[in-house]
Design a protein around this ligand. Structure first.
Ligand code: ATP
Length: 241
């Protein structure tokens, strides 16, 4: 289980982006975090994956734990090795490398050959288009395919927990639906998922539980289906009346 316990984060010693956030991602679960721009969603993922420091951010208080191990502030590569892999917003694939090279880059820390071969097979089963396009440069893929490549690259590290930052961003509704189905399948295969989304419709469909972040604090949490029925979530995030 991944546990974030009363975590506070600031950037540059000034901007307080998280003001005491606690969330849990039980093994085998899909957990969604919703919230508007600037609520702190990306910051939460950075605090978990150890990538805050690159942004001049730091954890001021609280703990991040994977099972019983304290991973708060640890080195990002060590966190990947422990099985927590972050797919950042905006995909950040290597545009000048081929699809295959992108996938290989994701498997670099995975030293076990058999595990790597199994991970690649899993990625090709989930995303047949990546096998078809293996020699094409990343930059030539469509937005949806690039998102699939970013997720596929993360899966090459054989994660226990996948952290997804707004995978639906900028994609057509049909493609968002496909991404949602893939998340469900990845989870069914045994990987826990922490899904950050502004697209609450997709997120609440695939998630078991969800949290709403509001200016650096959790304002609501509960079972995803129940949250989708609350007035706050319907008005603010589902466009409902
Ligand atoms: P978005 O969907 O727009 O990415 P978000 O919910 O992911 O929003 P964060 O990006 O985590 O929110 O931002 C939370 C707060 O931290 C905001 O006030 C933002 O301006 C600030 N912030 C984020 N990154 C940095 C940074 N690198 N340096 C300084 N402040 C930052």
């Amino acid at each position: 289980m991944l546990t974030v316990d009363d975590v506070q984060v600031s950037y540059g010693g000034a901007v307080q982006a998280l003001r005491g956030v606690s969330i849990e991602v039980p093994d085998g679960a899909v957990v969604a975090v919703l919230g508007s721009n600037g609520a702190g969603k990306t910051t939460l993922l950075r605090a978990i994956s150890g990538t805050l420091r690159r942004q001049h951010g730091r954890i001021d208080a609280g703990r991040v734990r994977l099972d019983d191990r304290d991973i708060g502030g640890a080195d990002p590569a060590a966190i990947v090795r422990l099985g927590v892999v972050h797919v950042p917003e905006g995909r950040r694939i290597f545009g000048r490398l081929t699809v295959d090279e992108n996938l290989r880059a994701g498997g670099l820390g995975n030293k076990n050959r058999a595990a790597k071969a199994a991970a690649r097979e899993r990625v090709h089963d989930l995303f047949p288009v990546l096998e078809e396009r293996r020699t094409q440069r990343g930059a030539l893929l469509s937005g949806g395919e690039q998102q699939m490549l970013a997720i596929g690259r993360a899966l090459m590290a054989a994660p226990k927990v996948l952290l997804l930052d707004e995978p639906s961003l900028g994609l057509a509704p049909k493609v968002i639906g496909q991404i949602g189905e893939v998340i469900t399948e990845i989870n069914r295969q045994g990987t826990s998922v922490l899904l950050i989304e502004q697209n609450a419709t997709m997120a609440l469909q695939v998630a078991d539980r969800a949290y709403v972040l509001d200016v650096g604090k959790v304002s609501l949490d509960g079972e995803a289906a129940a949250l989708a029925r609350t007035d706050e979530v319907r008005h603010l995030y589902l466009g409902g009346a």
